[in-house]
Design a binder for this molecule. Structure first.
Ligand SMILES: Cc1ncc(COP(=O)(O)O)c(C=O)c1O
Length: 371
């Protein structure tokens, strides 16, 4: 038998994927982190034109200049972040950005603070860089918002980075400005990098998004087109940070993917320029579904935290894994909290990236099983 690299020993396939594979045709999937909407019409037309006009070859490794300039404008306008195109790299989704950032920045045994509960890739990317993920626990009572004091407590001479994710997957927590700013101050005082995953930035309700890059130049901002524009299959995102950091990480990107698909880059450019109304409508619809889910959870008697962004709620439940299995038997796919970190064994993640009607039906099905 072929012996695999030791570094893979710490990494497992995600529960989200396992639940998806276990589900049947008539099950309603409230497990997926993927918007169920079609992509914007203007993006469709643009990419068809792109193919017909033969813009179908390699681009520069770092990404097309037109797209990077448009991202630079967006960062200035939406995030008060002044980074020009030379500080921006286009990546194969936020996923690649997280992976190559970890490969480019972390050494063996460096400590990297990650949110717990948090998106599964953070631990895996840090592990694959042979660095050490250090969980920063957030609590139900504080609506899972990360507090700067908890970050401060874990800082030592080995601390190389902290990963922030606001709005958060899986909790929907949105960090407030004071805590973001305080963590930014720590990053300067202790000379570590903040990797800020802002992929849910636009999907936010009654709260404001702040980008750490506004307050600390020791930030690598990561964003993408999968969530706000439903362009998951385009596999496109970006990272923005200090030019020398981008230049170095570019080496990993070059030998990883060479460049992002030219077609996807054209679609992303169009999305950024002309799809504001699309995003507004998407957020409105998510809000409608969120209200439906919350009233359903009230009926089921499940406790949940205040989720101000993304498209997830993260209710507490005893025996979460058992509940998830019983929900699956009654035709509803949910994700157990355990995969998101040690502190969420008694949670489930519910995604409302499914139609209003399907969510209504799923809630009816859940009423037939005991919590
Ligand atoms: C928090 C978070 N970051 C990054 C990603 C990856 O996004 P992409 O499709 O851009 O690779 C996801 C996808 O689910 C996510 O939830």
């Amino acid at each position: 038998m072929i012996r695999m690299a030791d570094r893979l020993g710490k990494v497992d396939l995600s529960d989200v994927r396992k639940m998806f594979e276990a589900s049947g045709e008539n099950d309603i999937n409230l497990g997926l982190g993927e918007p169920d909407f079609d992509i914007p019409e203007n993006v469709k037309k643009t990419v068809i034109n792109c193919i017909e006009n033969g813009f179908t070859h390699y681009t520069s490794n770092i990404g097309c200049i037109e797209l990077r300039e448009e991202i630079s404008k967006k960062l200035r306008k939406d995030n008060s972040v002044n980074l020009d195109s030379s500080s921006i790299m286009v990546t194969t989704g936020a996923s690649e950005a997280l992976y190559i950032a970890s490969q480019g920045l972390f050494n063996k045994d460096d400590e990297v603070l990650i949110p717990d509960p948090g998106f599964l890739s953070y631990r895996a990317c840090v592990d694959l860089a042979e660095a050490k993920p250090i969980p920063i626990k957030t609590s139900f009572d504080n609506d899972y918002k990360m507090e700067y004091v908890d970050v401060q407590d874990k800082i030592n001479s080995k601390t190389k980075g902290v990963i922030l994710n606001s709005p958060s997957n899986p909790t929907g927590a949105v960090m407030d400005k004071e805590n973001i700013k305080a963590i930014c101050d720590l990053s300067i005082d202790h000379d570590f990098i903040i990797i800020s995953d802002e992929i849910y930035e636009k999907i936010i309700y009654d709260a404001k998004h702040y980008s750490p890059a506004q307050f600390s130049e020791n930030t690598l901002l990561i964003n993408g087109f999968s969530k706000a524009y439903s362009m998951t299959g385009f596999r496109i995102g970006y990272m923005a940070g200090q030019t020398n950091v981008i230049d170095e990480i570019l080496k990993v990107h070059q030998y990883n993917t060479a460049c992002v698909s030219s077609i996807s880059q054209t679609g992303a450019y169009e999305a950024l320029k002309n799809s504001n109304e699309y995003v507004e409508n998407l957020v409105k619809e998510f809000k409608r579904r969120k209200d439906l889910i919350l009233s359903g959870l009230d009926d089921l008697g499940l406790e949940y935290s205040n989720s101000q962004g993304a498209f997830y709620v993260f209710p507490k439940i005893e025996n979460a894994m058992d509940y998830v299995m019983r929900a699956l038997k009654s035709g509803v796919v949910l994700v157990p909290g355990r995969g998101f970190g040690e502190s969420s064994r008694n949670n489930i993640r519910i995604s409302y990236a499914n139609s209003y009607e399907n969510i209504e039906e799923a809630l009816d099905r859940l009423k037939t099983i005991k919590c």
